[in-house]
Structures are given as C-alpha cells and as structure tokens.
Design a protein around this ligand. Structure first.
Ligand code: CA
Length: 149
C-alpha cells in the first residue's frame, strides 16, 4: 500500500504512555495515526479525519467510552476496537451491544492490537458491515434473566 493511501486509525486514550506506544506500533504497521485524549476530541476527529478504524479507551476524562462509541455509531459506520482495564467492562461492552467490533483488556501486547486492527479492517468491507447491522436488528430481544420471584 502506498503511503498516500494509508488508512487513518484514530486512537482515543488519555494515558499518554499507552497512546504513544499504540501509535508507534500502528505507524510501524503502515497506518496514519491521529491520537486524541478525550471523548469530545474523538467525536470532532471522526468528522475531520474520516478514520478507517477507531481504537477507543473505555475510561476517558470527559465521557464514558461506551457513550462515545454509541455517539459515533449514530453518525458513522466506522469499526471500533475498545480498550478496557477492567473485566467487568467486558460484560458491558458485550452485554449492551454498543456496536464495538472487538475489544482488548489491558494490559495487552501491542503486536496483538495491530493484528486485531488488521483483522477488523480486512473483514470490514461495506457489504459485510451491512450484513452485520442486519444481524443486530434480528437480535433485538434482550437476554432475559430468569427470575424465581
Ligand atoms: Ca483511559
């Protein structure tokens, strides 16, 4: 892929050390990287940069990453890889079906993150994403909890 055609990955992470190593690995893998440290900046950059994929941390200073994910989803169909530091957040990400394409739990291997990014971008052709949206709509029934009372 020529440098001028490099896809942009938007990295949303307020911890500078994590943001910089993610950015470094993604750049080495041939992506353009735009890094921001707040949910507000993320929403602004989604409009400006038209990123091919977003790496989105769940814990941001101004906004919950899940809210950011939902707001992006309302406007754009961009693949989102969520980062979380806590196991219980995984249940939130999966259970609420906020529209994230994948997630990773910190600490993670940056090579694994790059592999996930490549994999998401490979399978995120417009036709496949349309299929996925249709599948979500068909799965509208929430999982009911059995209650004995
Ligand atoms: Ca964070």
């Amino acid at each position: 892929m020529a440098a001028s055609q490099a896809q942009t990955v938007l990295v949303v992470e307020d911890e500078a050390s994590i943001a910089s190593f993610i950015s470094l690995y993604l750049k080495n893998a041939g992506y353009r990287v735009k890094a921001v440290s707040s949910g507000g900046d993320a929403l602004a950059q989604v409009e400006l940069e038209q990123p091919a994929l977003i790496v989105l941390d769940l814990m941001l200073p101004d906004m919950d990453g899940i809210d950011v994910c939902r707001r992006i989803r309302q406007r754009k169909d961009i693949p989102i890889l969520m980062l979380t530091a806590r196991d219980e957040d995984v249940d939130k990400i999966i259970g609420l079906e906020v529209g994230a394409d994948d997630y990773m739990t910190k600490p993670f291997n940056p090579r694994e993150l790059v592999a996930r990014v490549k994999s998401i971008l490979r399978r995120s052709t417009p036709a496949r994403r349309a299929q996925r949206r249709a599948a979500w709509r068909g799965r509208s029934q929430p999982i009911s909890r059995s209650r004995s009372g």
